[in-house]
Ligand binder design. Structure first.
Ligand SMILES: Cc1cn([C@H]2C[C@H](O)[C@@H](COP(=O)(O)OP(=O)(O)OP(=O)(O)O)O2)c(=O)[nH]c1=O
Length: 192
C-alpha cells in the first residue's frame, strides 16, 4: 500500500483528509511562495501546489504526496494571506459587497505519475460595515487565510452567495482530490 503524505501545515487540509478516513503523514514543505508569478491564478495555484508537493517528495517510490494552494482574486488582483491587521482590513473592505473568486490548486505526485488541477469558486459578500470588519479582525481569524477571512469560521457571516465547491474555499477541493487519488491506489477506509 502506498503511503499518503500531505505536504501542508494547514489544519483545514488535514481535517478534510481525516474527515474522509484517509490515513496519511504530514510533512510541511519549506517551499517559498511568491504570488507575483505572472501567470493566471488558475496556473499560479497549481504551480505553488506543485512547489510544495515537490519539495516534500523525495523520490521514495512508496510515497504519494499532495500539495495545495489557495488564493483569492478580485478584479485580477491576487490576494494571499494578510501581512498585518491593516492589510487584512484593506482586503475585507475591498471584498465588501462584491464577488471574488477563490482558486485552489492541487498537485498529487508519485514516482511515476503527476496530476494537477484547480477549482474556482465564486463567493459574494454582503456589504460590510467598518464595525463588522473591526469586530472580525479582533477574532484573529484573518491572519493565516487567503483574502483575510475564513468561510468555515466567523467569516461565514459575510457570505451572501457561493457558487462552486465550498471545500475548495476552505483550502482543499476534497471530492475532486479523492477522485484523483484513486488513480494512485489511494482510497479511504470505509468503516462498516
Ligand atoms: C478563503 C479562505 C482561505 N482559507 C485558507 C486555506 C489555506 O490554508 C489558506 C491559504 O494559504 P495557503 O498558502 O494555500 O496554505 P497554508 O499556508 O495554510 O498551508 P500550506 O502552504 O502549508 O499548505 O487560507 C480558509 O481556511 N478559509 C477561507 O475561507
Amino acid at each position: 500500500m502506498k503511503r499518503l503524505v500531505l505536504a501542508s501545515g494547514s489544519p483545514r487540509r488535514k481535517e478534510l483528509l481525516e474527515q474522509m478516513n484517509l490515513h496519511f503523514d504530514i510533512i510541511v514543505s519549506g517551499f517559498e511562495e511568491h504570488l507575483s508569478l505572472s501567470v493566471p491564478p488558475s496556473e499560479l495555484v497549481k504551480q505553488l501546489a506543485y512547489g510544495k508537493a515537490n519539495d516534500v517528495y523525495t523520490n521514495q517510490s512508496e510515497r504519494v504526496v499532495i500539495g495545495a494552494d489557495t488564493v483569492v482574486t478580485l478584479d485580477h488582483n491576487v490576494l494571499g494571506k494578510p501581512e498585518s491587521r491593516e492589510h487584512a482590513r484593506q482586503m475585507l473592505r475591498s471584498l465588501s459587497g462584491r464577488t471574488h473568486i477563490v482558486y485552489s490548486g492541487v498537485t498529487i505526485l508519485s514516482h511515476d505519475k503527476k496530476v494537477d488541477f484547480h477549482e474556482a469558486t465564486e463567493v459574494t459578500f454582503w456589504e460590510l460595515t467598518d464595525e463588522e470588519i473591526e469586530t472580525y479582525l479582533n477574532t484573529g481569524e484573518s491572519f493565516d487565510k487567503a483574502g483575510g477571512y475564513g468561510i468555515q469560521g466567523f467569516g461565514a457571516a459575510f457570505v451572501k452567495r457561493i457558487h462552486g465547491d465550498y471545500y475548495s474555499v476552505v483550502g482543499l477541493p476534497i471530492a475532486r482530490t479523492l477522485r484523483e487519488l484513486k488513480a494512485f491506489g489511494i482510497v479511504p477506509e470505509i468503516q462498516h
